[in-house]
Ligand binder design. Structure first.
Ligand code: ARG
Length: 459
């Protein structure tokens, strides 16, 4: 059995149950590539600083590459005795190159090593997520571009409120994902900090050249406080916070897709390839992708709670509690990536039922605000106009008609200010066109917003 690196001080071997309990190899083996890259940079730096010879560095680097290959080929046996990926790799290196392997850990601790590995991992994953979010934004904007003239009801309280363009609704999600993108890009700066050389907590007596290691590993900067470096997990908390916000956006979109694809709304049809059936009810076609994304939001928000609670009240510097950071972090990365990816695939597979959307936009008095606006333009104070329009709605409801189905005589009983031009004024086309304030749903506005987004995404 492999010896523990701390054997010198211990007279008893570790209880088997403790080994099993404290082992993290099942989870942190995911970090093996980063761990090896970090070790190679460390030994190159040691050779550069004449702490080891160039020949030793060469032997160690080649040894680490064969360990990498072994892990890749599933040829390295993992065991709880060696606790984590760092000790497995060091022990496997010993098997490859003999006692010179014992020089690798000079001036280094697993505390700065694991901080380095997780940062390298998260840098790569954040970049993937940025690409995924960019692809999702592109798909959304193209969908908006294809549906620039489709009108739908806009809702508040899930009650029909005012007509909006479907493209405007989609572009609202574009704005959310754009902010998500910016958030991840921003937190990447704080992840891109190189902790190696902090050693256990206090720095080291060896003449490490941290700047050289930083350069080899392609980090933007070197961390400035060794105690902070080994105990900081802000970057992970921040990442999971941003992921939670992004998942909340996806969950809202999912909820709408679920509603819209129901027979009650029938605004959209999701293609067969992105829906599933029922094992008992032959007629069913279920929006499972949207439902699962909505459900997985709970996992990610749960991961955020786990991570934040894990770090709460921990004294400086490293504590073993922190080993628990990886599961919520890895799960968040995997879940978010999968959700963003499947959304970008699913959206082009959604058919928009424009006539149904328009019918919905033209029933339910979505033009009542505009009737009030009409009166205001003709001199009536808004509060009075609101009341007049409300009376007209009540009247129309009694007749089982929409406002635009009333006669001019009907309208005149509510206000003599109303003329024959009211009917055009209350048409859906005109209502949408008039929303010209910056950011409103006016046709021109939305077209410009879509064009601007397309330009930015393709730049
Ligand atoms: N597996 C540990 C972790 O993920 C590595 C650091 C262990 N350090 C220690 N002093 N036990 O946190």
């Amino acid at each position: 059995m492999a010896k523990k690196p701390w054997d010198g001080r211990f007279s008893q071997s570790t209880d088997k149950l403790v080994e099993k309990f404290s082992s993290s190899i099942d989870v942190d083996k995911e970090l093996y590539n980063y761990d090896i890259d970090g070790s190679i940079a460390h030994l190159k730096m040691m050779a550069h600083q004449s702490m080891i010879t160039d020949e030793e560095a060469d032997v160690l680097a080649r040894g680490l590459e064969s360990v990498r290959q072994k892990i890749k080929d599933n040829a390295l046996e993992f065991s709880d005795t060696l606790e984590d990926i760092h000790m497995h790799i060091e022990s496997a290196l010993g098997d490859e190159v003999g006692t010179v392997a014992r020089k690798l850990h000079t001036g280094r601790s697993r505390n700065d090593q694991v901080a380095l590995d997780v940062r390298m991992y998260l840098k790569a994953q954040t970049r993937d997520i940025l690409d995924g979010l960019m692809a999702l934004q592109r798909v959304l904007v193209e969908k908006a571009h294809e549906n620039l003239d489709v009108v739908m009801p806009g809702y508040t309280h899930l009650q029909r409120a005012q007509p909006v363009l479907f493209a405007h609704h989609l572009m609202a999600y574009y704005e959310m994902f754009k902010r998500d993108y910016e958030r991840f890009k921003d937190s990447l700066k704080r992840t891109d900090v190189m902790p190696l050389g902090s050693a256990a907590l206090a720095g080291t007596t060896f003449p490490l050249n941290r700047e050289y290691t930083r350069e080899l590993l392609g980090f933007a900067k070197v961390s400035d406080n060794s105690m902070d470096s080994v105990s900081d997990r802000d970057f992970a908390m921040e990442f999971i916070s941003h992921a939670s916000i992004c998942m909340v956006h996806l969950s809202r979109f999912s909820e709408e897709l679920v509603l819209w694809s129901s027979s009650e709304f029938a605004f959209i049809t999701i293609s067969d390839a992105f829906t599933t059936g029922s094992s008992i009810m032959p007629q069913k076609k279920n929006p499972d992708v949207a439902e699962l994304v909505r459900g997985k939001t709970g996992r990610v928000v749960g991961n955020l709670m786990a991570m934040i609670t894990l770090m709460k009240s921990l004294p400086l510097a490293y504590n073993r509690d922190m080993q628990e950071d990886k599961e919520p972090l890895f799960d968040t990365v995997n879940t978010l990536k999968a959700c963003v990816e499947i959304y970008a695939r699913m959206l082009p597979n959604i058919k928009v039922n424009a006539p149904t959307m328009r019918d919905a936009a033209e029933t339910g008095f979505l033009n009542a605000t505009d009737l009030a606006d009409y009166l205001v333009v003709r001199g009536m104070p808004f509060r009075e106009a609101h009341s007049v329009s409300g009376k007209a709605v009540a009247f129309a409801l009694g007749k089982e008609k929409e406002l635009h189905e009333l006669t001019l005589e009907d309208f005149k009983t509510f206000s003599q200010l109303i003329e024959g031009d009211i009917f055009d004024f209350l048409s859906t086309e005109q209502m949408v066109s008039r929303r010209v304030t910056h950011g409103g749903t006016g046709y021109e506005n939305v077209k410009l917003a879509v064009e601007k987004a397309r330009g930015q995404l393709n730049a």
